[in-house]
Design a protein around this ligand. Structure first.
Ligand code: SR1
Ligand code: MG
Length: 416
């Protein structure tokens, strides 16, 4: 397959951009030869563009018999789906590579192997996890994923603890905060998460059958105060190195295995942001399944499974965070009660950020496949209304919710 210049119609080509198939293949061969011997001996390699994300270009390079393959990801200095009118710094590609490496140190089984990062071509070569499928599709098919909650709880606990003040020397932490400063990516979140969905913004995309609900939300002054507080913490609470975009599209699964990809939004922010984004991924899918086609009993069971995954994720996260915090080398943080205080704040933040994610994926720019797969607008609006109401209540009630079972009961009420 030939790689056409994907930008030909909307932007000038960039000097470092892959020119054609041969260029992508040569790049992959040059950078994984040592690690993947089949790439050195195979006389011919093949390439296909497989990216369906919003921002970058993603290629699979493989041997003719497909027995060996790698993924090459290249970033251009703008948002792929928008073009030159939305410029984006290339620092995100280095940050993605370094965040991926940090996550691999924390939980090697939960991320693809990073083979190479090339700054001059803004490109990464990594393991092909093509035997996994995107979690959105798994959710749509109501796949049973018995280990997902535990695995995500572990991913969050290890990455958020090991980049925190409890684990890192203060000088090291400060230099990492500087190295992972990612202002263009953060600005996307600041706008799409905290601004657009709460006003009549031109970037929003709203189901006409849900318009009145969105308009009511825009009039909700008390909600806007809470969202402003969440945004302020997002801007100025460098607690831990976040993945920064932990939605279902950033996760690939097999029944027994989970892989988290795409940490290009990585930066030091409030730990509850990643936790909340993940919980919202589960709850968004659950909202969709209240109205997706299928037997009522099957749908009810799957909604219950998704709720249970959220409970398991938090329980595993909290248990493992506590265990790690008990070993902190910093005597101030070793005092009794400190870990519980931090966990309580992370949970409170997580609920607020989950609420924002539920709202922005319903009426903002970037929606989720699970809800979008409900073709009838009126039916879809019923599921979307649940997401909006759940999101709003999580934001408004977060200070009074400190117990995961009570939170699950609240979620269940919205999904009934
Ligand atoms: C223009 S980028 C839209 C969304 O896609 C990314 O994956 C992030 O979630 C971002 O908010
Ligand atoms: Mg992404």
């Amino acid at each position: 397959m030939t790689v056409q210049d994907p930008h030909a119609s909307q932007a000038p080509s960039i000097e470092y951009q892959f020119r054609d198939d041969a260029d992508v293949i040569a790049f992959a061969r040059q950078h994984v030869g040592d690690q993947l011997p089949a790439f050195t001996v195979a006389s011919e390699l093949q390439v296909e563009e497989i990216g369906d994300g919003n921002i970058n270009y993603v290629y699979r390079v493989c041997t003719p018999d497909r027995s060996a393959s790698v993924i090459v990801k290249q970033g251009l200095p703008w948002v792929r789906i928008i073009g030159e009118s939305w410029p984006l710094s290339l620092v995100r590609v280095r940050i993605e590579a370094e965040t991926l490496q940090f996550e691999a140190d924390c939980a090697p089984e939960l991320v693809p192997v990073l083979y190479h990062f090339d700054e001059s071509r803004s490109a990464i070569v990594m393991e092909d996890i093509g035997d996994h499928r995107n979690l959105r599709h798994a959710f749509l098919e109501r796949a049973s994923l018995p280990r997902l909650g535990e695995q995500m709880g572990h991913f969050l606990a290890t990455s958020l603890y090991r980049s925190s003040d409890l684990a890192l020397d203060a000088h090291v932490k400060k230099s990492r905060v500087a190295r992972f400063t990612n202002p263009d990516q953060c600005k996307i979140t600041e706008d799409l998460f905290f601004l657009d969905p709460f006003c009549d913004h031109e970037r929003n995309s709203i189901n006409p059958a849900l318009r009145a609900d969105a308009e009511a939300l825009w009039q909700d002054a008390a909600l806007k105060v809470e969202v402003a507080e969440l945004k302020q913490r997002f801007l100025s609470a460098p607690e831990a190195l976040l993945h920064g975009d932990l939605h279902a599209g950033s996760i690939f699964v097999r029944e027994d295995s989970t892989k988290v990809i795409d940490p290009e939004f990585g930066f030091f922010g409030p730990a509850g942001f990643d936790i909340g984004s993940w919980l919202a991924a589960l709850w968004l899918a659950a909202c969709a399944h209240t109205e997706l086609e299928g037997e009522q009993g099957d749908k009810r069971d799957y909604v219950a499974q998704l709720r249970a995954q959220a409970v398991t994720s938090w329980e595993r996260f909290a248990r493992e965070y506590r265990e790690q915090a008990a070993l902190t080398p910093d005597a101030s943080f070793a005092a009794p009660g400190v870990a519980e205080r931090l966990l309580a704040r992370m949970l409170r933040d997580a609920l607020g950020y989950a609420g924002c994610e539920l709202i922005r994926r319903t009426i903002g720019l970037a929606h989720v496949l699970e809800l979008e797969s409900i073709s009838d607008e009126t039916t879809r609006a019923r599921a979307e209304r649940r997401a909006l109401a759940l999101g709003r209540e999580l934001i408004m009630a977060r200070d009074s919710l400190s117990d995961i079972d009570a939170i699950d009961a609240l979620v269940a009420r919205h999904l009934a």
